[in-house]
Ligand binder design. Structure first.
Ligand code: HEC
Ligand code: HEC
Ligand code: HEC
Ligand code: HEC
Ligand code: HEC
Length: 268
């Protein structure tokens, strides 16, 4: 019996080790090599530039490669760019929102409804004006900056939207930080993390309608929801504080009791 258990444990250990060794390098999808990358990377100029930019992008980090956007066959060098293998080529400007919208559905809907979307092809910005086609980064409020947003109109309205969003951003970052702290101390934060995740998505999506009044209105609603999460965290903190005091009280009382017993023994 004992031998079996020991052998079982050894096998389990070996399997875990193997999994750790083999699963790790594959867990980075950016390392996936395709014929697109192999042939384009050494090209000078226009053909190679997208690869260098893409390698540093959030898409590369999440395993979204050339063929996921441009189509084509990533395994067959001879037919990689054949339309018969689904190659789409380079989208025209007016087709870019639909091109990106295959994956970012809600955002492209919001964008198309907006003043920016309505001006597409007539001087309005497309997705790649603000996010680039290949050097796409994780978004931050820094995208709203004077250099970009005053290219076509005054910066005033951009600054107003940014201010409305900044307060929400600050709240999100603060709550996220305390959630991570509580989690580290063993508090069950799953439900609150899910709530925060949903609110954060709602907030980041908010921008594309470029409707300043709506951003202000929605931001205040999102802030109210965020405050609820913060209050529930404050309550956890309060309970722990009380438990700590109760704990100290019990220790104090035990010490006192021990002292009394000691004194009683002495006097008897
Ligand atoms: C064997 C080399 C080779 C492979 C493999 C290859 N490409 Fe290309 N690709 C090229 C060359 C050369 C050009 C530029 C010449 C041209 O426009 O015809 C090009 C052009 C492009 C363009 C620009 C087309 C345009 O209309 O301007 C895109 C987008 C592209 N490739 C994407 C891909 C994708 C996605 C894959 C993989 C599914 C891929 N390529 C595989 C050699 C390759
Ligand atoms: C997130 C989607 C996306 C990914 C991933 C992507 N591209 Fe593109 N690519 C685009 C879009 C959109 C354009 C058109 C940009 C524009 O019109 O400004 C484009 C343009 C191009 C062009 C034409 C550039 C020019 O200056 O004419 C080439 C070549 C190209 N991509 C190759 C690649 C290669 C190679 C990869 C993989 C490393 C890749 N792309 C990955 C979306 C993508
Ligand atoms: C005028 C500039 C601009 C245009 C045009 C634009 N975006 Fe954005 N995008 C932003 C800004 C600003 C944010 C939000 C930054 C923040 O919330 O911190 C953002 C956020 C995002 C996010 C992150 C959302 C999330 O849930 O985290 C994605 C994805 C995105 N945009 C994709 C797109 C796509 C796809 C298009 C075209 C249909 C597009 N954007 C058009 C500026 C732009
Ligand atoms: C094949 C699916 C796919 C296509 C097509 C695609 N994306 Fe993405 N994109 C993703 C995934 C997956 C992520 C990473 C997860 C996330 O943040 O949503 C991402 C992330 C992003 C982000 C960062 C979001 C953040 O959380 O900060 C931006 C901005 C973005 N994409 C813009 C674009 C633009 C612009 C295009 C078109 C040129 C495009 N995407 C096309 C799948 C796609
Ligand atoms: C390529 C040109 C271009 C760029 C870049 C651009 N915009 Fe615009 N924007 C427009 C056009 C065109 C309109 C619609 C006509 C108008 O109201 O002037 C517009 C309208 C707006 C509006 C008013 C929307 C409404 O419904 O009244 C806001 C707000 C706005 N942009 C914010 C921004 C922000 C923030 C940025 C930078 C992240 C930005 N824009 C970058 C072209 C641009």
């Amino acid at each position: 019996m004992r031998l079996h258990a020991l052998a079982g444990r050894k096998i389990l250990f070996a399997v875990t080790l193997l999994l750790a060794v083999f699963a790790y390098p594959h867990s980075s999808p950016a390392q996936m090599e395709t014929v697109c990358l192999q042939c384009h990377e050494p090209q000078p100029g226009k053909g190679g530039a997208p690869v260098k930019k893409w390698r540093e992008s959030i898409h590369a980090e999440n395993g979204i490669s050339c063929h996921d956007c441009h189509g084509g066959d990533p395994k067959d060098s001879a037919n990689a760019m054949s339309p018969a293998r689904g190659f789409l080529g380079v989208p025209k400007e007016s087709a870019i929102p639909a091109f990106c919208g295959r994956c970012h559905v809600g955002i492209s809907e919001d964008y198309l409804k907006s003043a920016h979307g309505r001006a597409l092809g007539k001087g309005g910005p497309s997705c790649v004006t603000c996010h680039d086609a290949h050097a796409t980064k994780k978004v931050t409020l820094d995208i709203i900056n004077e250099k970009l947003c005053s290219r076509c109109h005054s910066y005033d309205r951009a600054a107003e939207i940014k201010e409305a969003m900044r307060q929400t951003e600050t709240l999100i970052t603060g709550i996220d930080r305390s959630l991570q702290e509580y989690k580290g101390q063993g508090v069950d934060t799953d439900a609150r993390e899910k709530g925060l995740f949903a609110l954060r998505n709602r907030y980041h999506r908010l921008f594309h309608e470029v409707d300043t009044a709506k951003v202000k209105h929605e931001s205040s609603q999102i802030q109210a929801e965020l405050q609820k999460i913060q209050q529930s965290l404050d309550k956890v903190n309060e309970q722990r504080h009380r438990r700590k005091i109760a704990g100290l009280f019990v220790i104090g009382a035990s010490l006192l009791a021990a002292l009394l017993v000691h004194l009683l023994r002495k006097t008897v």
